[in-house]
Design a protein around this ligand. Structure first.
Ligand code: KIV
Length: 344
């Protein structure tokens, strides 16, 4: 095997290595003047697959990103295509959030969705995800009754939904439940601040921790969740100074949504940030695309083209095997064709 071949083989091995290692390897190769090998690697037939195939994100990866102060990019996915988009874009943690109840299934709030409905979406997301760490929301009513109920629900998400961890909403009162699930070996992500499943008792979708007392309560909850074994905590809709106060006090990552840039990572609902959900948009959502308008315009154009015979054109059709057959077909008496086809 020549030098280039060895480098190619190493590159393929490194597909299984961590991203920092891959970056280091690339740097070493370049500085050793072996760009030719890397160029060959990048035009190798495997390139397409290689560039899309990142090392699997594990809990260790998340801990390592946290230790290195590298923000954790999290995003929801609710189906196969959105899971692929998240995976290929480099998302570290894909969340099958119960936000899917509202943005994908059209429910009034998140409390309507059942475990069975969630599981079907989880399996689709798992089929579309290779690298991201996969977490699913425990839906409302499936973990509050007892720690045993919460563990049973969590097991279903791992076993039937092909998820790697679960997320649940609530503060200090959920600590024993979280301990039960994490002791069984299931990674748990906490969720404090604005907890949509409890929005009625919170008086609506309201910013949390706006006072010193509120901020201290959130910190107590965060610490209890950390002690119970959470690997990370979503902090939703709290002022950035409060998110900072919590983030600095913890030794596990905070993943913010509407909590400013001080958290250890960020999460958004994919359909929100793509501008595909047109009913409402929380202040904390940045729209990176105008999905609803783009899709509506495309579908309108399709309807127009169908109605006016403009679609399909030849490029979207299949040819006959022989030109002669077209002529024969055109000269064929339809009544005769019926007789002969029924005789076949
Ligand atoms: O349900 C969800 O998508 C969530 C995220 C917004 C954190 O909980």
């Amino acid at each position: 095997m020549d030098a280039c071949g060895r480098i190619l083989a190493s590159c393929q091995l490194l597909r299984k290595a961590t991203r920092p290692n891959l970056a280091l390897f690339t740097h070493v190769c370049s500085s050793n003047g072996v760009q030719a090998a890397l160029a060959r690697y990048s035009t190798h037939p495997m390139t397409e697959e290689v560039t899309h195939q990142r090392p699997k994100v594990t809990l260790n990866t998340i801990r390592s990103l946290y230790r290195q102060n590298i923000p954790i990019a999290s995003l929801t996915a609710h189906d196969f295509p959105s899971a692929i988009v998240a995976d290929r874009a480099g998302v570290d943690l894909t969340l099958v959030g119960d936000s899917l109840a509202m943005v994908a299934l059209g429910y009034e709030n998140t409390n309507q969705i059942t475990v069975d409905e969630m599981l079907s979406h989880c399996r689709a997301v798992a089929r579309g995800s290779k690298a991201p760490f996969l977490v699913a929301d425990l839906p409302f009513g499936t973990y509050e009754v007892s720690a045993e109920q919460a563990l049973e629900s969590s097991i279903r998400f791992i076993r039937e939904g092909n998820m790697e961890g679960v997320k649940l909403e609530g503060g200090i009162e959920m600590a024993d439940t979280i301990k039960k699930i994490t002791t069984a070996g299931i990674p748990v992500m906490g969720h404090i601040g604005l907890t949509p499943q409890r929005s009625v008792s919170l008086g609506g979708f309201r910013v949390q921790g706006k006072t010193t007392i509120g901020a201290k309560k959130l910190l107590q909850s965060a610490q209890a969740l950390q002690d119970a074994g959470c690997f990370a905590i979503v902090v939703e809709a709290v002022p950035p100074p409060v998110a900072k106060f919590i983030t600095q006090a913890l030794t596990i990552p905070t993943v913010g949504i509407g909590a400013g840039s001080v958290c250890s990572g960020q999460v958004l609902v994919q359909l929100d940030m793509l501008g595909s959900f047109d009913r409402f948009s929380p202040k904390f959502v940045k729209k990176y695309a105008n999905g609803f308008e783009t899709n509506s315009a495309a579908v309108k154009q399709y309807v127009h083209e169908v109605k006016h015979g403009l679609f399909p054109t030849e490029e979207h059709t299949y040819p006959m095997r022989n030109e002669d057959d077209i002529k024969k077909l055109e000269g064929l008496d339809i009544a005769g064709a019926k007789v002969s086809s029924s005789g076949m």
